[in-house]
Write a protein that binds this ligand. Structure first.
Ligand SMILES: Nc1ncnc2c1ncn2[C@@H]1O[C@H](COP(=O)(O)OP(=O)(O)O)[C@@H](O)[C@H]1O
Ligand SMILES: [Mg+2]
Length: 253
């Protein structure tokens, strides 16, 4: 059975000023899977995500998200689509003047007509999913870095998005907090059936969460396939990236 595609990118080419930063990028992400976009700093990962989210105008290539060709959508269709996408940024800070619970509920207050009491129940449930129920009435300044990330994740899934985009969510986390964040992402996949497109360069995370890997190098897709295939790839950049693991194993780390 062919897997259903939640993201399909074909021939995406993009420039800033006169500099081409994405050249003929093509890949897809399957429903119910975690797809990791991987590549060195400046290879174009964030630029790809911003195109998927409609934050950058598509000039060349084709992008379909949740089965919608984003180049042909009307404004209403765009709004409908983007409400179905969860976004979790590296710098996805919470608003300091609101409690954690209010932050998580904000997308629901802004984009739905759900009554207040029900929003509170939904927020409590989302905070439960990220093991932060007790933080409902705390302010962001009272949380640790790992807790802030989990709260931001709860906010990203407030609207039950079928598709979640994460841009380097683990940046700045210690290994233990990173592992717990990875487990939460896996839970979203297995418990809620969410599809996830995740940008990261943490090898440990990739090993834990990735079903599929897309590797970018200087704005080009040099590898696309299962994690298993990525680990055996002879593509120099991919091989070099995963060789870190082998070195760690050799040293018995
Ligand atoms: N808004 C922008 N204006 C000009 N250049 C940009 C802009 N955003 C990104 N770039 C350039 O595009 C390239 C890819 O950037 P980015 O997608 O952020 O890479 P990554 O997320 O893989 O680190 C880099 O060379 C970066 O300097
Ligand atoms: Mg980036």
């Amino acid at each position: 059975m062919q897997l259903q595609k939640v993201v399909e990118v074909k021939g995406l080419t993009a420039s800033f000023d006169d500099k081409e930063v994405l050249s003929d990028v093509s890949f897809s992400a399957n429903k119910g899977e975690v797809t990791v976009i991987l590549g060195g700093s400046g290879s174009g990962k964030t630029t790809v995500l911003r195109h998927l989210l409609g934050l950058l105008t598509l000039h060349q290539g084709q992008i379909s998200v949740l089965g919608k060709d984003i180049g042909t959508l009307t404004e209403d269709e765009q709004r409908d689509l983007y409400l179905k996408l969860g976004v979790f940024y590296q710098s996805g800070a919470l608003l300091n003047s609101l409690t954690v619970g209010e932050n998580v509920g904000l997308p629901l207050v802004q984009h739905s007509r759900i009554p207040r009491e029900l929003i509170e129940e939904i927020v409590t449930m989302k905070l439960g999913l990220v093991n932060l129920e007790y933080a409902y009435h705390l302010y962001p300044s009272q949380l640790s870095g790992g807790m802030l990330k989990r709260a931001a994740l709860a906010r990203a899934i407030a609207m039950d998005p079928p598709l979640l985009f994460c841009d380097e969510p683990g940046a700045g986390l210690d290994p233990v907090s990173l592992e717990s964040l990875d487990h939460l992402i896996l839970n979203l996949k297995s418990l809620l059936g969410m599809s996830v497109v995740l940008v990261t360069h943490e090898v440990a995370s990739i090993m834990r969460v990735a079903d599929r890997v897309v590797f970018l190098e200087e704005g080009k897709t040099v590898f696309e396939g299962s994690l298993e295939k990525a680990l055996k790839s002879e593509e120099p950049g991919v091989k070099a990236f995963f060789s870190v693991l082998k070195t760690q194993k050799d040293k018995n780390l």
